[in-house]
Design a protein around this ligand. Structure first.
Ligand code: SF4
Length: 353
């Protein structure tokens, strides 16, 4: 049976309620130009999105992103949640999610979210290493993350964690340790965000003085890929890799972009996925145990781009590094996400020709 299409109705709540100044964040400068979100705007956004969804029989979720939702004054939280909850009660929307900081979670806040039908709470964790958290002035510790995560699960919310890759002084090992720490807290889902250097942040100064060196795209893809494997093996869904593109988070060459440096790519998550497909193909080729010259990959049409890779990178790498040519055959009967692989020509055949 075909799975239901899932749609998100994002509502951005800029820096409201956040008195912090994380060194990588400039929500303050952005929100300086953005007024507070009103009830009317929330309603209008929801209506607009609902009209734009193609599949009516789909799973729809209202998501309050940005800032720290549970840090906003109670009246404002209630005002925004009331609007969203109406849509859940009228069955026009299936659920609500909010994102917030670990130190803004307590019983009273959770009771309020329960009252308005919130299903999922995502915590901005970023790292579980207290030294790194301090270095980027997060203003909370790993202990806060543990307490908040346990409380969220005790109140029967779905728990999500967000972690960052490439924070100042954070190594690959630190990130793997963060992933291990998070897995113990049993989140249902995680988001992985490679650090971008954003204008008017402390990190920008560190970058310009040479104190901070951002990851390259390749490094960020490799690190995210390892974390992706780590989480998915433990049945924790990785629901996003890379920041959402907006006018402000866009190619640094764009005039409006707030990104100064770092592993920005408009389809970052896609790069990681393509790289995972590459690994899987290579693993299968190696299992043939003969020197392969040409293969045929049979695949569902919706995964052709994953096999080919961004700018044909996967196909080129196989040719350049392993001298393997790839033919692709599309077949609707193959389950999306799966593929079949056949050897068309071994190296011995090739030499005999
Ligand atoms: S807690 Fe979130 S919103 Fe506040 S400064 Fe840090 S990253 Fe920005």
């Amino acid at each position: 049976m075909k799975e239901k299409e899932q749609y998100i109705i994002p509502i951005f709540v800029p820096h409201l309620g956040c008195p912090n100044d994380c060194t990588f964040c400039n929500q303050k400068s952005i929100s300086g130009q953005t007024k507070k979100v009103t009830k009317r705007e929330v309603k209008e956004t929801i209506e607009e999105y609902l009209k734009s969804f193609k599949e009516q029989d789909s799973y729809k979720e209202i998501a309050f992103f940005g800032g720290s939702f549970t840090g906003i004054e109670i009246e404002k939280q209630e005002e925004l949640l009331q609007v969203a909850y109406e849509y859940v009660k009228n069955k026009k929307v299936d659920s609500i999610r909010v994102s917030t900081r670990p130190d803004y979670i307590d019983k009273d806040r959770l009771k309020l979210l329960k009252k308005y039908g919130v299903k999922t709470i995502e915590l901005g964790v970023q790292s579980t290493n207290d030294y790194i958290l301090k270095k980027c002035k997060r203003g909370h510790t790993f202990e806060d993350v543990k307490k908040a995560s346990k409380l969220i699960r005790r109140y029967k919310f779905e728990l999500g964690h967000q972690m960052m890759i490439g924070l100042p002084e954070s190594t690959k090992l630190d990130e793997l340790n963060t992933a291990k720490d998070l897995a113990k807290l049993k989140p249902k889902m995680v988001r992985l965000y490679p650090v971008l250097v954003i204008k008017n942040t402390e990190l920008e100064k560190e970058y310009k003085s040479g104190e901070y060196e951002p990851l390259s795209i390749n490094q960020a893809v490799e690190r995210c890929k390892e974390l992706y494997y780590f989480f998915t093996r433990r049945k924790i869904s990785v629901i996003r890799m890379g920041l959402q593109n907006t006018d402000l988070i866009s190619n640094p060459k764009n005039e409006k972009s707030e990104v100064v440096a770092g592993p920005y790519h408009e389809a970052f998550g896609q790069l990681v996925e393509d790289s995972i497909w590459y690994d899987t193909i290579l693993e299968k080729i190696k299992k043939f145990n003969v020197k392969v010259k040409e293969i045929e990959i049979i695949i569902n049409p919706e995964n052709v781009n994953n096999i080919v890779g961004h700018k044909k990178e996967n196909i080129q790498k196989l040719r350049e590094l392993y001298d393997v040519d790839v033919k692709i055959k599309q077949k609707k009967e193959i389950r999306p996400g799966k593929f079949e692989i056949k050897v068309i020509k071994t190296y011995t055949d090739f030499l005999d020709e």
